[in-house]
Design a protein around this ligand. Structure first.
Ligand code: ATP
Length: 368
């Protein structure tokens, strides 16, 4: 186990900056998820940590060891990729044993470790089979067993579940998480799937365009996103965003949008004193609203009410997503369970004021 420290690492490919001055510490034994859209620099970051890629500038530390220019074999890391990369001509046993053979472990030690890893991944019954005789999920278990068999200081995973079907992915998510908790190996896990990030990470590091935007525990990143990008990348359906004008009224600060006005409690209004008469971006997640008379499950202390009409309804079984027209805009409201509601009906929408977000229109950074 080891702490991994990235100190202002930058990677350029010609003129293109794939990773830009990224600074991040992954704690000893932590499960950190690197999350971001395709092309944001996640894989490049992981490859620099593994040694497959060298930073253009910056430093990488494993504990007090500067590993920036060390080849992968001297870092005591293991990697699991999206493509399972198990060798087709070797049995499961030989696949798992391979990294130990390279390291010239004695035969008995190899046998002991292969059986230990196979038991942890529940593939003891498959040790004599060849990869062609395995399902995708089983092959990925072999790849994970082979990664942990050497007891690496750092485990690196690059979208390891994206080739699996949806059901298997959910199952493997939980298994990899439990396995990591058991082994306590420092793990860096790359994904573009926000649900995977939320359910697996001790902390999530959100990246976009080579930059690290926010890092924190999943609940913090969800409830206190520091920018519009993070706010909309996490959560489904995504956060509703509307341009509003900050107004000073005789009752306090209010947000005036197309077809609605929301009076803010004094403590929230305070944050917007410098924005009076300016346009800001108001954000509210679908799950932080409800429709009066339809659902009372939202336990809100402080609320605002706005008017809309039902434009469309998505009945998902577990939830109902109501698309309501407010002014000229559509707002999505997520209500638990099945709620029958007719189209065109006028509704009072309740907003939970303790879960609202306000962003600066030009910097896109969070104000509230
Ligand atoms: P994905 O989820 O699609 O794998 P990612 O976030 O992992 O995306 P990277 O693979 O790190 O993204 O790539 C970041 C950017 O750097 C991309 O625009 C990519 O085209 C570019 N890039 C990566 N490797 C190279 C390379 N060897 N030469 C030139 N450009 C590269």
């Amino acid at each position: 186990m080891v702490e991994v420290r990235l100190e202002k690492i930058t990677k350029k490919f010609g003129d293109f900056t794939a990773v830009n001055e990224l600074t991040l510490t992954i704690k000893d034994g932590e499960f950190l998820v690197l999350l971001g859209p395709s092309g944001c620099g996640k894989t490049t970051t992981l490859r620099m940590i593994s040694g497959l890629e060298t930073p253009t500038s910056g430093k990488i530390w494993f504990g007090d060891r500067d590993v920036t220019y060390l080849p992968p074999k001297d870092r005591n890391i293991s990697m699991v990729f999206q493509s399972y990369a198990v060798w087709p001509h070797m049995t499961v046993y030989d696949n798992i044993a391979f990294p130990l053979k390279i390291k010239k472990y004695p035969k008995e030690e190899i046998d002991k470790r292969v059986k230990w890893a196979a038991e942890l991944l529940q593939i003891e019954e498959l040790l004599d089979r060849y990869p062609a005789q395995l399902s995708g999920g089983q092959r990925q278990r072999v790849a994970v067993a082979r990664a942990i068999v050497v007891e690496p200081d750092v485990l690196l995973m690059d979208e390891p579940l994206s080739n699996l079907d949806a059901k298997l992915r959910v199952m493997m998510r939980a298994e990899i998480k439990k396995l990591q908790e058991k082994l306590k190996v420092t793990t860096i896990y790359v994904t573009h799937d926000q649900v995977e990030a939320m359910t697996m990470g001790d902390r999530i590091a959100v990246m976009n365009k080579g930059q690290l935007l926010q890092v924190g525990p999943p609940v913090e990143v969800y409830s206190k996103p520091n920018s519009i990008f993070v706010a909309t990348f996490i959560g489904a359906p995504e956060m509703n965003l509307m341009d509003v004008t900050v107004k000073e009224t005789d009752k306090g600060i209010a947000l005036e949008g197309e077809g609605f006005e929301i009076l803010l409690p004094e403590d929230l209004g305070e944050f917007l004193k410098d924005y009076v008469n300016k346009t800001v971006v108001f954000g509210i997640r679908p799950e932080h609203m409800t429709v009066e008379g339809i659902s009372e499950v939202l336990h809100v202390k402080r609320k605002a009410k706005i008017k809309g009409t039902v434009d469309f309804v998505e009945a998902l079984g577990t939830d109902t997503i109501i698309h309501a027209k407010v002014g000229g805009k559509i707002i999505k409201i997520k209500i638990p369970g099945h709620v029958p509601i007719e189209l065109g009906r006028p509704v009072d929408i309740i907003i939970d004021l303790d879960n609202i977000h306000v962003f600066d229109k030009s910097t896109e950074k969070a104000i509230i």
